[in-house]
Ligand binder design. Structure first.
Ligand SMILES: *[C@@H]1O[C@H](CO)[C@@H](O)[C@H](O)[C@H]1NC(C)=O
Ligand SMILES: *[C@@H]1O[C@H](CO)[C@@H](O)[C@H](O)[C@H]1NC(C)=O
Ligand SMILES: *[C@@H]1O[C@H](CO)[C@@H](O)[C@H](O)[C@H]1NC(C)=O
Ligand SMILES: *[C@@H]1O[C@H](CO)[C@@H](O)[C@H](O)[C@H]1NC(C)=O
Length: 323
């Protein structure tokens, strides 16, 4: 009795398999149809999992103030800079905590795209001179930023425009690119939005030390980078396509303003027509320019109403106006 139960149990699987195979013999057409319907699955695993990031490409923002637009600005840059770039933020404790409150920022920290921390001991970002000292410090480029070789420096008053057709990676052949100071310059441009070749800067800083309270870091560095053997810096006219600060340029990749967006140079922003052009080409500038604040917050410009529609006539009987 027990033996036959065991036998049936053991025979069950072979018998089922046999029946299954028999179906294919009985209904050959149906079987080929069934087989053709089985989805094809490819098991092609890469030999080893590769990081989506290129460790040598680093976009760097240093900012001590916990500015309200710090988080959206940083996230905007992450969307316009090619995806294999990593981001590095250095700030005060306050600024780091401010950023670290954002869920999206924390997700980027967790997936390795972004690193946020305070500046190492002895380095400062309080004011122009301190910033110039940090950006001409050998330890900073050689050790703190390691293994960065292609460095994008951006400040909170600079913008890369999502409407630009240019790719940041197209500028990596140069040792330095920034906003032109003069179209006729052989090299040199503003560092507030700039691409820098780290190994070349290290070469300069291994041989020379900037004397505090002299030239700003971008002037000091480019004057020396341009004289290195084999130097390859973008010239005054080439840089106009990259970024505009003082000189007008048709649809540059980005902008640098000055003093936190308070200095708008005449060549780029000097007339209503120019400002309208920039406003439409690069609407992201609204994030960093305080120009709309007065209208938005001033109670005379925007009387207290439950629902306020910007730019709409405030007269009570116009349709489409919420009062
Ligand atoms: C990282 O980017 C640089 C510059 O485009 C390139 O030369 C290098 O091969 C890249 N490295 C990897 C591992 O893809
Ligand atoms: C950010 O916040 C998380 C969660 O509270 C914490 O674990 C992490 O250490 C913080 N990072 C920094 C740089 O403060
Ligand atoms: C660069 O920074 C390091 C570390 O903070 C500091 O020890 C060194 O003196 C600085 N170098 C210069 C030239 O300022
Ligand atoms: C800058 O480089 C471009 C392209 O190589 C060249 O046509 C132009 O004359 C150069 N401008 C100056 C000021 O050297």
């Amino acid at each position: 009795m027990e033996l036959s139960v065991k036998f049936i149990r053991r025979a069950l699987l072979p018998i089922a398999l046999l029946l299954f195979a028999w179906c294919f013999v009985l209904f050959p057409n149906a079987s080929s149809e069934v087989i053709s319907r089985v989805p094809r699955v490819n098991f092609e695993f890469p030999h080893k999992t590769r990081s989506p990031f290129n460790e040598t490409k680093v976009a760097l923002l240093i900012e001590g103030r916990p500015l309200p637009h710090l988080t959206p600005l940083l996230l905007h840059y992450m969307s316009v800079v090619p995806p294999d770039w990593r981001f590095k933020f250095f700030g005060s404790d306050e600024a780091v905590q401010h950023l670290n409150r954002s869920h999206v920022v924390r997700a980027h920290v967790n997936d390795g795209k972004l690193d946020i921390s305070t500046l190492p001991e002895g380095m400062s970002m309080k004011g122009q001179e301190a910033t110039s000292q940090t950006f001409t410090n050998l330890t900073f480029y050689r050790d703190v930023l390691y293994p960065a070789e292609f460095l994008l420096v951006f400040q909170t008053d600079a913008m890369i425009c999502a409407n630009s057709k240019q790719n940041l990676d197209d500028w990596l052949e140069y040792d330095w690119v920034g906003a032109s100071w003069n179209t006729g310059d052989r090299f040199g441009g503003n560092g507030g939005l700039s691409v820098r070749r780290v190994s070349k800067i290290i070469k300069v800083l291994e041989n020379q030390i900037r004397i505090p309270h002299t030239q700003p870091e971008d002037v000091w560095l480019t004057q020396r980078l341009g004289l290195l053997p084999g130097a390859h810096l973008a010239n005054g006219t080439e840089q106009q396509k990259f970024s505009a600060e003082m000189l007008f340029s048709e649809r540059p990749m980005g902008f640098h303003t000055g003093n936190g967006g308070e200095w708008l140079h005449g060549g780029v922003w000097g007339t209503p027509e120019l400002r309208k052009k920039m406003w439409e080409y690069c609407p992201e500038i609204k994030m960093m320019l305080p120009m709309d604040e007065e209208r938005f917050i001033d109670p005379k410009m925007c009387p207290s109403k439950q629902n306020w529609k910007r730019d709409a006539d405030t007269s009570d009987n116009l349709p489409g106006v919420f009062l």
